[in-house]
Design a protein around this ligand. Sequence first.
Ligand code: CP
Ligand code: NVA
Length: 307
Amino acid sequence: AATSSPRHFLELSDFDTPTLRRMLDLAASTKRGDLADKPLAGKTVALIFEKPSTRTRVSFEVGIHQLGGHAVVLSSKDMQLGRGETAADTAKVLSRYVDAIMLRTDSVAKLRELAEHATVPVINGLTDVSHPCQLMADILTFEEHRGPIAGQVVAWLGDGNNVARSFIQAAARFGFTLRLATPPELAPPAQLVDWARQEGASIELTADPVAAVRGARCVVTDTWVSMSDEKDGGPTARHNQLAPYQLNAALMQHAAPDAVVMHCLPAHRGEEITAEVIDGPQSVVFDEAENRLHAQKGVLLWALGAN
Ligand code: CP
Ligand code: NVA
């Protein structure tokens, strides 16, 4: 177990811009094949899932393998964590076995408790309020396709959910303008928007999708029903509320002609995005999905100081 304070990766807001840039540089280097072989040789990472996952699960497991490390993939249902063992005790025990822990959970409190008691780095693999690994991949993807994101306009459409909230933090750290078009009831928390603005971010909130998309260089959306919304019985209400925010070809007419379309996936064609747009020439969603692998390698190399 580490003796100094572990390098947790919990929220983008925890970091200054140069540190996030360092992680992205590591991601780009490893993607180019520029790093020494097997920098995680002898290291083990626990990946804990309290909710389903395709990309996060596979990209972490494969990425760790490619870096020479070993991943232990755990469903909380199969752990004592799933039947009441505390996150604190789980953190203390796992810290004796593994070199880092990734957690996907509905409960940001559980993530924080895990991080507080772990003596190894803890990585946020999505909570109900944020998804920082996704944003690292999204920044990498935008910049690969269109160059520096600073000063660009990004439009977010639909639900002010976990991914939207990480976009707000990213706007503060990477210097792009973020316009969010959401139904007023699904707007991101005012406290987070205020924080970002105090950090110098340009965040524009509107209920009008055309106003948000106008001239934007990147247009992003996400599911109308996130995993944390499934149990509230409200999918139909959300579909009605969010229908005007569908990302379709008519809306894309208002974006910059060379705008890229992003979506963290999984997508629901005909709901938040049409098949024409997500499968069309402006969509970079599969590059974005691939970049989860590379971006997380950058985060892991930074967190484990293995570079
Ligand atoms: N984008 C993303 O996190 O996908 P998964 O839920 O499949 O991990
Ligand atoms: N907002 C979505 C993202 C899935 C990767 C959810 O939380 O379900």
